[in-house]
Write a protein that binds this ligand. Structure first.
Ligand SMILES: NC(=O)c1ccc[n+]([C@@H]2O[C@H](COP(=O)([O-])OP(=O)(O)OC[C@H]3O[C@@H](n4cnc5c(N)ncnc54)[C@H](OP(=O)(O)O)[C@@H]3O)[C@@H](O)[C@H]2O)c1
Length: 190
């Protein structure tokens, strides 16, 4: 069954990126290829991200090209949330959208043809899917580093038992991956 998953890496103190959107802290901690990423992305049929995440891809298109052979590494259709007009990365299958996530989620689901939907980030966008009752799983790789501030992992107040821990996996000495199921029948206010 298709799931909507927020899959991301975070610092130990709960930040996706520094205040100025740098991910330089993350790369020394683990290799993508030795992580759960290859198995995860193989099951993804559509993905969504906010504009700051997309703009990171824009700024780093050359480095991504060097690492993966293409400037846009996703073969799945992608939705980028923004209220602004953004340039298209060459070769990217991207739709620019804005507003409520539920109608976009329905479009993503249709295009994903039974595969999973990946909410790439940032944290508030994942929170918008959570608020709409659409998020099924949080899969978080916690890096052995603290940033002291930056872009938050998930700026929501979520009280147990809304999140049920499914697994814990060590990834070398730099990361630990936690997988949570989002309990849909949560008490109001959580
Ligand atoms: N550690 C990791 O694995 C990881 C994973 C993902 C992202 N990241 C990084 O973390 C940072 C995330 O940045 P961020 O927290 O600012 O989040 P973001 O979701 O990438 O960008 C937020 C922006 O997206 C637009 N947006 C969000 N929801 C929208 C909606 N419903 N309708 C229209 N526009 C909407 C808004 O900007 P505008 O309307 O002004 O365009 C908003 O300010 C980035 O640097 C990214 O590269 C890291």
């Amino acid at each position: 069954m298709s799931k909507t998953q927020y899959y991301t890496a975070t610092s130990l103190d709960g930040f996706l990126a520094t205040e100025d959107d740098s991910l330089d802290w993350l790369f020394p901690l683990a290799s993508l290829h030795e992580s759960s990423y290859p198995a995860f992305i193989a099951e993804v049929g559509a993905l969504a991200m906010g504009s700051a995440t997309y703009e990171w891809m824009l700024r780093n298109a050359e480095a991504v090209l060097k690492e993966t052979g293409v400037a846009w590494p996703y073969t799945q259709p992608a939705w980028v949330f923004s209220s602004r007009q953004l340039p298209l990365i060459e070769g990217a299958d991207v739709r620019f959208v804005s507003g409520a996530v539920d109608s976009i989620w329905a479009q993503m689901k249709q295009m994903a043809a039974g595969k999973n939907l990946w909410i790439v980030g940032g944290g508030d966008l994942a929170g918008q899917f959570y608020d709409a009752g659409l998020l099924d799983e949080l899969i978080v790789q916690i890096g052995s580093a603290t940033l002291g501030g930056g872009k938050p992992l998930f700026p929501r107040r979520v009280l147990g038992p809304a999140l049920q821990l499914q697994s814990v996996q060590q990834m070398g000495s730099g990361m630990a991956e936690l997988r949570y199921t989002v309990c849909k029948a949560r008490p109001s206010g959580n």
